[in-house]
Structures are given as C-alpha cells and as structure tokens.
Design a protein around this ligand. Structure first.
Ligand SMILES: [Zn+2]
Length: 298
C-alpha cells in the first residue's frame, strides 16, 4: 500500500504479506486497515487504486477469478468504496503496472507501449495511442497463455504449448519436477535439494552455461519462446516502447538481453525502426503507482 501524489511520487509505503490462505474476508480486512494506516499520516485521500491479480469485473471492480489468491467473486471494489467513500479503481495487476510505466516509468512521454513481465507467470499490458487496452471482456494481455509450441507442454489453463510453460518461474519448476520424476540426471535437482519450487532463473542460466543438458534445454526454450512472443507482439502492435520486467528477468538479465536482440531480428523493418526496448523502472511499485493514476483519472 502506498500514498501516491498526482505526479506519481510515493509519499509513504507499507508492505505486509497477503497470506491468502486465510480467505478473502481476512485479506480485505487487512487491506482496509493498511489503507487507514497510510491515510492517517495524510488526512484526506482522493481515491483508491488497486492492482489485483486475476480477472476483474470492469464496472464494479469485483474480482471474478484470481487463481493465485484462490478468489472467486470477491467484491473488492465495492467493499473499499463502501468503507472509504471515495472513487475506487480496481485494475488487473499487470495492466496497472503497464499504466504506471507508461505514465511515470520507462514509457513516459511515449504514445504507445507494451510491457511484458516474466515472473512466476507471464503477464503483459498494452497502451495503444495513449489508452490502456483492456479488451472487450476486460481480459486483454494474457501473453502467458498465447501458444508458442503447437501441441506442446500442458498448461493448467487447459491449453497446450502456452508461453508460460517455457519461460516463467512456474514453467521452469514444472519441467524440473518432471525431470526428477523420470530420473533424468541434472545438477539442477541437487541445486534445489530436489525441491523444484526452489529453482531460480539464475540457477538455470548458470547450469546451462556449465553444460547441464536439462538446464540447457530449458534455457534455450526460454530464449526462443520469449523472443518469438515479444517479436509477434511488436509486429502486431508496433509500439514505441517495449518494457521488460519481472522476477525471472531480474534474476537472469541475460535472458532479457538475448530476447531483446532476437526481437530486432524478427520484426518488420518499420516496427523495428520505431521501437525502443527498455527495462521496467518502477520495480515492484509499478502496479501501485499505475493503479493510483487510474483512480485519479477516473
Ligand atoms: Zn495456458
């Protein structure tokens, strides 16, 4: 939770774990207390912007489904509106981050931008001709579930070959888990103490460079699929700025560099000529800053 001024400055901030296992009601209560706490140092607030994982009902700001939180039909927007009596904007977290980078980060002054965050999953947000692109059903930007391998690895979303299976923290861990289950020899298994959830992008990158066969396969797939997805995005939308961020790219910046170089080779000449590729500037706070801006603009 942060207090954000009109020019995107964070005046105060407060961090605490969500601990979603306790259920939506407990999380909402904590959130309201945290907002009160940062608000008390200021007095009046003009609005509340929330960046929330999952699918958001566009009119009310209710959370339709957020698998990371285990939420279905949680009245996030309505509850905050009732408690604080100010305008409330609830936006998908990655799209809010895209808006934050567009207004106050790497995309400041640009007319259009695409942000891609590679972390536990893959998310993206696009700003086209100055407008945040939400799509007809408020579902735009699910880059992680675009398909990069026909009939490829199964994804929890029900499809096969989704980008997220080839380049994301969860995707890396799932592949190591399968390798361990089938008894494949890989030093990654030792590095994580046979617990795939401890795998980091940095471990994959280092083990690949040292010649570990599984790590090399995961690493090569990650570079190839991310490059392809980014290049297709740029070819389709012709954005002025492509912003890359997220935990996986922070831990393995070489992946971002290699994919960026590949993008330039795979896009059309005019799209390439008008493109600038940059790293996210607002870090973990891009969603907060972006959601605040959206609340203010509403
Ligand atoms: Zn999928």
């Amino acid at each position: 939770v942060g207090v954000v001024t009109g020019d995107g400055t964070l005046l105060s901030r407060l961090e605490q774990p969500t601990d979603a296992r306790r259920g939506a009601r407990a999380v909402l209560t904590d959130l309201q207390l945290a907002i009160r706490q940062v608000q008390d140092s200021l007095g009046r607030i003009e609005g509340i912007g929330v960046a929330c994982a999952g699918q958001i009902q566009p009119d009310t700001g209710a959370v339709v489904h957020a698998s990371n939180l285990g939420w279905r039909d949680v009245p996030l927007g309505p509850a905050l509106r009732e408690t604080f009596s100010v305008p409330v904007a609830v936006e998908n977290d990655v799209r809010a981050a895209a808006w934050g980078e567009f207004r106050f980060g790497a995309g400041q002054g640009a007319g259009s931008l695409v942000t891609v965050f590679v972390g536990t999953g893959v998310g993206s947000g696009a700003v086209i001709d100055g407008r945040l692109w939400r799509g007809a059903g408020n579902a735009a930007g699910e880059l992680g579930h675009t398909q990069v391998v026909a009939g490829g690895l199964a994804c929890p979303c029900g499809q096969r070959g989704c980008l997220e299976q080839y380049v994301s923290g969860n995707g890396f861990a799932r592949r190591l888990e399968q390798a361990i289950a089938t008894g494949a020899a890989t030093r990654l298994a030792d590095l994580v103490g046979r617990d795939p959830s401890r795998l980091t992008a940095d471990m994959v990158s280092t083990a690949a460079a040292e010649g570990d066969p599984l790590a090399r396969e995961i690493w090569d797939d990650a570079i190839r699929s991310l490059t392809m997805a980014l290049a297709n995005y740029v070819t389709l939308l012709n954005p002025e700025v492509l912003v890359l961020g997220g935990g996986v790219l922070d831990a393995a910046p070489k992946l971002a560099d290699l994919a960026s170089a590949g993008v330039l080779a795979l896009t059309t000449p005019l799209a390439r000529a008008s493109l600038r590729i940059d790293r996210a500037r607002l870090g973990d706070w891009s969603g907060v800053v972006g959601a605040a801006a959206l609340a203010r603009e509403r």
